[in-house]
Design a protein around this ligand. Structure first.
Ligand code: NAD
Length: 256
């Protein structure tokens, strides 16, 4: 049985993971770490920082907090040879470097989306990309998400761009030449693949990948209706990773 710590344990994801992971027999939840006291502890201890946690009692740290929180967890896990699973998005290049550095000392899995459906829809997008003239992405999230566009949409845009490139296709060119209002055509994420971000109360995490050619369209849509949608993927990652140094970027390789 693996012993887990959730950093960001008082947050929306921390609480959903506490509920979901504490119910699985492969894991025991050792501590929830957060500046704020979590509403529910699911039988775990509460600690304000990882420095208050005994590393010999922990197999895997799961971080759904903030980019600064990721750097602190990466340092602590690297120093103590504890495996790390990261779901936090919006990391700068420097913060990502701190994660890669930790992965030279322990096992790290970092994924922009831990839901199985999102991983599969990205896989389907890679299959479709070479067959269509145009591709755009609409990502929709709850209005308390602080970063835009979503990490998932950037990863999807990269997948589409790479699939086009591997098939010898040129980067996409935006046909729009006149913008009456700046930003109306969204952000150019990778090689002309546009991303449009929507933020509305009541949403969780949703994404539409739109492909089209003359006379036909294909839309791949994924919906996370509930934060429990991320538990299965986080459990797969926590189960697969240990303190052997390695960096797993995404969970696609864990879903054959
Ligand atoms: P939230 O604001 O509800 O919760 C974040 C929690 O982290 C808060 O309780 C906050 O106090 C705590 N925190 C912040 N910095 C900390 C630090 N240095 N040390 C300890 N605790 C700290 O946010 P949320 O909706 O739970 O999302 C958290 C992160 O997870 C975001 O980056 C979000 O984009 C990401 N997310 C990823 C996935 C995925 O599948 N990869 C899914 C959902 C959300």
């Amino acid at each position: 049985m693996k012993s887990l710590v959730i950093v960001g344990g008082a947050g929306r994801m921390g609480q959903a993971l506490g509920e979901g992971l504490s119910a699985l027999e492969q894991f025991s939840l050792f501590a929830l770490v957060d500046q704020h006291e979590p509403p529910q502890l699911f039988g775990a201890l509460y600690a304000a920082t990882l420095d208050d946690v005994d590393p010999t009692k922990v197999d895997v740290v799961i971080n759904f907090s903030s980019p600064q929180g990721v750097v602190a967890s990466a340092t602590w896990c690297g120093e103590n040879a504890v495996a790390l699973v990261i779901g936090t998005t919006g990391l700068s290049t420097e913060q990502r470097r701190a994660v890669e550095e930790a992965a030279t000392r322990t096992g790290v899995v970092m994924a922009a989306n831990f839901s199985i459906g999102a991983v599969l829809s990205e896989r389907f997008a890679a299959m479709a990309a070479p067959y269509f003239e145009r591709a755009e992405i609409i990502e929709l999230h709850h209005d308390r998400k602080v970063d835009a566009p979503s990490g998932t949409s950037i990863a999807t845009a990269m997948t589409i761009a790479n699939a086009r490139k591997s098939s010898g296709l040129a980067p996409l060119r935006d046909p729009t030449t006149r913008h009456t209002i700046d930003g109306a055509r969204g952000a150019d994420a990778v090689d002309g693949v546009k991303v449009h971000s929507v933020r509305l109360p009541g949403l969780v995490a949703h994404q539409e990948i739109l492909f089209a050619s003359a006379g036909e369209g294909l839309t791949i849509r994924h919906d996370s209706f509930d934060r429990q949608s991320f538990v299965h993927g986080v459990a797969l990652a926590a189960f697969a990773i240990d303190s052997t140094p390695k960096f797993l970027d995404g969970i696609a390789s864990l879903i054959p």
